[in-house]
Design a protein. Structure first.
Length: 135
């Protein structure tokens, strides 16, 4: 048999256009996306902060006022959602690595826990930030 015959008889590997999205697949994609978002924006935020400190009090005040603007708070809110989602989903992956939560219903419950935990932790964080730090 030639190489061409072998290749033509192999089944095609399934891909995203074949399967309908499921909670685990969507959450896996979101886990990667939040990791990329955190890598880019958190690093840029940290670099901006350190640069503003190094450039003096006036630049630091400008940086803080930028973060306090509507746009800045939106970025900080998105970062906090990504941090909590990535953390809770990482914990779920640790359970999977230990061989737990592999049954479909357990995976569904764990996914729901990740989403509810993300929402609750984000809301609690911003509630505390508003009531104790931002007033």
């Amino acid at each position: 048999m030639s190489d061409q015959d072998i290749k033509s008889k192999r089944p095609l590997s399934p891909h995203l256009q074949v399967y309908k999205p499921q909670m685990t697949s969507v959450m896996s994609i979101l886990h990667r996306a939040t990791g990329v978002f955190l890598s880019l924006f958190a690093v840029l935020l940290l670099l901006g902060f350190t640069l503003s400190v190094l450039m003096g009090a006036e630049r630091y005040d400008q940086f803080v006022s930028l973060l306090g603007s509507f746009f800045g708070r939106g970025i900080l809110f998105a970062l906090s959602v990504c941090i909590f989602y990535h953390m809770f989903n990482g914990i779920r992956h640790l359970f999977w690595d230990s061989g737990k939560l592999f049954k479909i219903e357990n995976a569904q419950y764990a996914g729901a826990f990740v989403l509810l935990g993300t929402g609750a932790a984000t809301l609690a964080y911003w509630y505390c930030a508003y009531h104790y730090a931002l007033k």
